[in-house]
Design a protein around this ligand. Structure first.
Ligand SMILES: [Zn+2]
Length: 123
């Protein structure tokens, strides 16, 4: 499953940071808003992976930020008026975002996701 391999990869990153600074007690895991994972499954898997490491994890959602390729306008995914169905579709197949979302400034669907995809570790 995708969630488990992602949890393993995140664990490696956290352990690398931890080895460089053993006094570290808190680590924040940022989960991109447009990320094709079951967040709860991922959290549980990661907590299990790190159960023998003395570190406390905090999880935060990282809002997705989009940037128009035509007019360079930057906008946030969570400020758009999307229906639940559209959001669900984007969650499972992020590429469909170009069907449902248009730049609020120039109406183009030619934009890129510059933040909010993937998992980030913050100390
Ligand atoms: Zn635009």
């Amino acid at each position: 499953m995708h969630e488990f391999s992602l949890a393993k990869a995140t664990k490696q990153t956290i352990l690398q940071i931890y080895q460089q600074n053993q006094n570290l007690k808190n680590i924040t895991v940022l989960i991109g808003e447009i990320q094709q994972i079951d967040t709860k499954l991922f959290k549980d898997a990661l907590l299990r992976e790190l159960s023998d490491v003395d570190i406390s994890l905090k999880f935060e959602l990282l809002p997705a930020k989009l940037k128009c390729n035509i007019c360079s306008f930057e906008f946030y995914y969570n400020q758009l008026n999307l229906s639940e169905e559209e959001k669900e579709s984007i969650h499972f197949i992020p590429e469909t975002i170009h069907i449902f979302v248009k730049c609020p400034n120039c109406n183009s669907n030619d934009f890129k996701i510059i933040e909010g995809r993937g998992i980030y570790v913050k100390v």
